[in-house]
Design a protein around this ligand. Structure first.
Ligand code: NCD
Length: 316
């Protein structure tokens, strides 16, 4: 299988399951050991190219590559020649001359990773493209839910907040449905995309409907993508209707959030610190899942090309 990971729809349910088994069996436990490094991708080159701010995604991709012993180069747009006016095409042609195996890309424009994939032999992983997609976030969320619930068929999830501007929502609606989950979207009408009915999710506008689901998935208000438009009468009004607190959540319900959280906007501080939420479990899962994605891209392609890849075994 020769693959880029640009959209969650690039993967079948079986492929998702198989990547997540690799993450669980080979990499989750490894991250809890004293020695966290394996020689698996020694000699391979991974370039992480971030044109947008990131804490979790950039840290976990960097750590993932390093723990697999690849050579990892991190390029941030603000310190690269992009700031000197270099085009996206010239940037990717330049980096491709170093013959990287994988290019991990985060970019503010939808489709930028797919565009770059046309100009490099490297496998491209979309680490978030504008309000397009964020497939590795979706994989780590499915992983976290599987860790907690086992089988996901029939599990009901509500995704709450700024659905319109969220790449996480786009990937997760598709990914959760692919895993057999029932998806409900809760947001003010102005923060839902046009044609939302076609996404295969129930839609409502009130937190009262949280009682109908097993899992609550909260989203940050993506202000950086509102571009001066007023999607809401006021933030205070949004908070009074859509900020989720402990009183909205039953003890048997679990709360997820991709981070960064904005306390007091989409999530009350007390809920952010409560036991019932899975936010830090998601962060930990992100590392194991991104190790699995990098590893599988290389070994699946090496198998096709007939070249040798070392087995997973701890260094030292
Ligand atoms: C998300 C993103 O960048 O799309 N964050 C992340 O990757 N953990 C969500 C967000 O920024 O709100």
């Amino acid at each position: 299988m020769n693959w880029n990971l640009l959209s969650i729809s690039d993967l079948s349910r079986e492929e998702i399951d198989s990547i997540l088994v690799t993450a669980r069996k080979d990499f989750l436990e490894l991250s809890r050991r004293d020695i966290k490094k394996v020689p698996t991708l020694r000699g391979r080159t991974i370039i992480d190219l971030f044109f947008e701010k990131s804490t979790r995604t950039s840290t976990s991709f960097e750590l993932a590559g390093k723990r697999l012993s690849a050579d990892v180069i991190n390029v941030k747009a603000d310190s690269s020649a992009v700031g000197k006016g270099e085009s996206l095409k010239d940037t990717v042609l330049t980096l491709n001359a170093y013959r990287p195996d994988i290019l991990v890309v985060r970019h503010p424009h939808v489709g930028a990773p797919a565009f770059m994939a046309r100009y490099t032999q490297a496998h491209v992983v979309n680490a978030g493209d504008g309000k397009g997609e964020h497939p590795t976030q979706c994989l780590l969320d499915i992983f976290s839910l599987k860790q907690t619930y086992g089988e996901l068929d029939g599990l009901k999830v509500a995704i709450v907040g700024d659905i319109l501007h969220s790449r996480v929502a786009r990937s997760n609606i598709a990914g959760f449905r692919k895993m057999g989950m029932q998806v409900r979207l809760i947001a003010p009408p102005a923060l839902l995309p046009r044609g939302v009915e076609s996404l295969g999710a129930e839609v409502s506008h009130t937190l009262d409907d949280l009682k109908k689901v097993d899992v609550i998935y909260l989203l940050r208000m993506q202000k950086e993508r509102h571009e001066g438009a007023n999607y809401l009468p006021s933030l205070r009004e949004y908070i009074s209707h859509y900020c989720v607190g402990r009183r909205h959540v039953r003890p048997d319900q679990r709360v997820l959030h991709p981070g960064p959280i904005n306390r007091g906007v989409e999530i009350e501080s007390e809920l952010a610190d409560a036991d019932g939420n899975m936010i830090l479990q998601q962060v930990e899962a992100g590392l194991a899942v991104r190790m699995a994605v990098l590893y599988r891209i290389i070994i699946d392609n090496a198998a096709t090309a007939g070249s040798e890849v070392r087995n997973i075994q701890a260094v030292g």
